[in-house]
Design a protein around this ligand. Structure first.
Ligand code: SF4
Ligand code: SF4
Length: 365
């Protein structure tokens, strides 16, 4: 046992302290910022008590970035911002400048490369732009997706591009996509959420199960008790009636894939929010139980999300989010105005009504 504590503990675990990367103007005025303003869509200025200013140019990213794209972005940051840029949690790129005269040349250069400038909002004027859509990994990386992530979001952003560039929405609107029910993208509290859903049980590959899987832990991983060990054949049997297509067993055992391109698809949820401004934070609710997985442009998904967004944008009061708009007009009117068909799957099952009492197609009685 060491008698003296290590003076300076050096570890390669974890990121370096963020302070090392702060632009000098932020370091010098840390905690002493007086106010900020939106100068135009995509451009903010923060003014410190000392009078110092920092300008932010917000740019939408395609979310999945190659090393070449990141290098291009860093070159722009070197040219205009002394190398300072950051990425937001919604995959926007923010260039941080102190020289106001460099804002327009910077915008011209990023737009020439095909990146949109926008995603900001001015709450004092109730003018909001759509922020970037966040998504999970999809076909490019994860093993359990029911749909792709980047593909449908690209198609959707193409359709909603103008709302990113112009602050023409009445309130904040967060759109998110998770490509399976694990929802590692935390989409469940977004104004509009897209969730990939499996609709068929896992296909058991006995040989892979025998060679690679631990039967007890795979069986124990099923939340509905749909799995039973088949000890005689050293594999696993699935009770299809009990399966809810969650994909947990595939996480435990690679011999139980459940991606089925013909049957997997997208559920759409609406009315979630994380902020407790004006009304409490809440989870989104399913409004479309299933749309087909239809690459490369997912037209059914794009049309449905657009219908929700445009119906809300046309009618919402200043600052009103989709959840609050639905509270005001009622769910009946939501389905009427968006043109979405009400389906039987939207009625909560017998385990839920204690909280919602949504057990019938009659919303008010
Ligand atoms: S949501 Fe599911 S499929 Fe998509 S990246 Fe996360 S765990 Fe993987
Ligand atoms: S998909 Fe989920 S519910 Fe179905 S067998 Fe696997 S773990 Fe069980």
């Amino acid at each position: 046992m060491a008698s003296e504590p290590v003076e300076e503990y050096i570890s390669d675990i974890g990121p370096p302290h963020y302070e090392k990367f702060l632009p000098p103007v932020i370091k010098n005025n840390y905690g002493k910022w007086a106010y900020h303003e939106v100068l135009k869509p995509g451009v903010l200025v923060h003014v410190a008590e000392s009078g110092d200013k920092i300008y932010t140019v917000r740019v939408g990213s395609p979310r999945l970035l190659s090393i070449y794209t990141i290098r291009e972005l860093c070159d722009i940051a070197d040219k205009y911002c002394d190398g300072y840029l950051r990425f937001t949690s919604r995959n926007n790129i923010e260039f941080l400048l102190t020289d106001e005269s460099k804002i327009d040349p910077l915008i011209e250069e990023v737009e020439k490369l095909g990146f949109p400038v926008g995603g900001t909002w001015d709450a004092t004027k109730a003018k909001y732009a759509l922020s970037n859509i966040v998504h999970t990994q999809g076909w490019i990386h994860c093993h359990t997706p029911a749909i792709d992530a980047s593909g449908p979001v690209k198609a959707l952003m193409d359709a909603l591009f103008d709302h990113f560039k112009n602050m023409d929405l009445p309130g904040l609107c967060r759109i998110s996509l998770a490509c399976c029910l694990n929802m590692c993208g935390a989409v469940h509290a977004s104004d509009i959420s897209l969730v990939g859903i499996h609709r068929t049980p896992p296909m058991v590959d006995d040989d892979v199960v025998r060679r690679t899987c631990e039967l007890p832990s795979t069986v124990a991983g099923c939340p509905t008790g749909a799995l039973r060990p088949d000890m005689k054949n050293k594999t696993i049997k699935v009770d299809k009636e009990k399966c809810m297509y969650c994909g947990n067993c595939y996480t435990m055992c690679p011999g139980m894939p459940l991606f089925d391109p013909e049957n997997g698809g997208v559920a759409i949820l609406a009315g979630g929010k994380l902020s407790d401004a004006r009304s409490p934070a809440r989870l989104s609710k399913v409004v479309v139980p299933y749309l087909p997985n239809n690459p490369p442009r997912w037209p059914e998904v794009v049309d449905t999300v657009k219908a929700i967004l445009e119906a809300w944008a046309a009618e919402a009061k200043p600052h009103e989010r989709i959840a609050e708009w639905i509270d005001r007009i009622g769910w009946e009117k939501f389905f009427e105005k968006t043109g979405i068909e009400f389906k039987v799957q939207l009625i909560d099952d017998f385990r839920q009504p204690r909280h919602t009492f949504r057990t019938t197609t009659q919303f008010r009685w």
